[in-house]
Design a protein around this ligand. Sequence first.
Ligand code: FAD
Ligand code: NAP
Length: 534
Amino acid sequence: MSSPRRVDAVVVGAGFAGLYMLHKLRSEGFSAVVFEAGGGVGGTWYWNRYPGARCDVESMEYSYGFDEELEQDWEWTERYAPQPEILRYANHVADRFDLRRDIEFETRVTTATFLEANSTWHVHTDRGHDIVSQFLVMATGCLSSANIPEINGAATFTGSSFHTGTWPQKGVDFTGQRVGVIGTGSSAIQAIPIIAEQARHLTVFQRTASFAVPAWNQALDPGAVKELKAEYQTLRAEQRQMATGFGSRIERKDGSALDATPDELAQELQRRWEYGGLSFLGAYNDLLLTNAANDLAADFVRNKLRQIVHDPAVADKLTPTQVIGCKRLCVDTGYWATFNRPNVHLVDLQDDPIEAITPTGIRTATGEHPLEAIVYATGFDAMTGALLKIEITGRGGVSLREAWAAGPRTYLGLGVAGFPNLFTITGPGSPSVLTNMLVSIQHHVEWIAECIGHLRQNHLAAIEATEPAQEAWVDYVNTVASFTLFPTCNSWYLGANVPGKTRVFMPLPGFPPYAEQCAHVARSGYEGFALTMP
Ligand code: FAD
Ligand code: NAP
């Protein structure tokens, strides 16, 4: 039997996190291998090829800032780039930095076991790789494990079924078909207007109505792009000062919505609506802090909905009742207007729940909806799903699944007590999915690389979050979240979309104070971590 291959670091996943991690490790002189379940790079943008998929953070901001030549050379064509363009960008990055030679595609990591005797990770894949590394970096993605609900009879359906997050590479043509879409989150809201144009008939099965604000997507103006590129690094620095990691260039009021007069409020919300996109929630600084402020913004959007949707009964069903922004705000192009089309029908599952999927359609309490295709736009087992699918075993033979039985516990969202030399990129307990993910990913990759460099420089064998530091961090994340309205609805941030999943608010609101704390920890010689000699 041959002995396992040895590298300094194993990275799991070749999305934006894994690609930059590999580049950074190599440029710091470490050997690394990346394992990627998909057939190519790009992660989210490799898998989510459903019609209408595009980013909801503007392309000029939703991109790497670590390499000035890269950001100057790459040309985004639209305000919100479509999925194929973002995937081309990921491929360009992989080629530009010659990353592919260290990536094993179509290879899923199945187990990772910490060997206490020599402080290394022993990693296995479904293609028989057997590899030992000092460090294990989980770049497995927060939204990469599809959530497919168990609905009675689903296996008997004789038409075609798709999940938005595992869309066929060759695309799907719905022309002439009766299509059902289950779900009305961001993915559904992007796909529905386009499917409605193709399909003979579209039935949308809605469990919770979503808030949406317009994208006003358009081709980028080359003059504006040139101007922005002239000060790109300034923009990147500004991003890091924003709670969400983007949107610094929009004029801000910075006050409470409750202090605005009705006219000022209407004007500001209208200005944000006309600007488009997620920055709507940045209109005032308390929209996600108090119900009274939130109601003002929510009512503004509900009124817009009523102006767009012609049939008042349909508008009623589409009207969201939760706090706006509690679930991720959707950014749309013609979503609500799609319900004015004669070939589109809305089923409100609150009144008319799904009973079963039959060989020929979906049966709800009021009757059968005949379908040739079902699209599951039902989201993801977010933040922990991909990690917990791997058998990760830490010190003392304790599995990550056991350690996280009552919900994920991390220190800084980067390390886990009991799992030395394991790092999570955008893990639970970090700002992650509440930010422009490219900003968070870069921050984590750079922090991890610096940390690994520190260990090498000081001839240390291992770094591990201590229990007390982790305990305090989990409390801190819960406290910060409790000051916001985020925990008030059944969102995937809380794990509420997956039956049986422990409900814990997983991300930490607010990027800049978080980044400061991470910098402090590094400066202090990794306070809250135990560092061990070989
Ligand atoms: P991913 O891109 O998810 O990559 C993780 C990779 O790990 C995947 O390719 C997966 O196959 C691989 N993997 C997982 N487990 C294993 C294993 N066991 N073995 C081997 N490989 C494994 N964020 C924003 O900030 N702005 C946006 O506009 C935005 N739009 C989005 C649109 C969609 C449709 C979705 C689903 C998400 C969006 N996000 C957005 C979030 C998005 O996930 C991140 O922006 C970013 O792409 C995540 O990169 P990542 O590398 O961390 O993870
Ligand atoms: P999602 O936001 O979790 O939405 C899933 C939808 O499916 C929800 O409407 C949910 O209803 C519904 N659903 C889940 N299980 C169901 C069941 N058993 N029966 C009926 N309905 C069910 O997932 P997503 O739309 O894929 O988006 C996930 C995240 O990815 C987004 O929040 C965003 O961060 C990112 N994303 C971004 C973009 C973008 O614009 N760039 C696009 C897509 C995704 P409930 O609300 O009742 O749970």
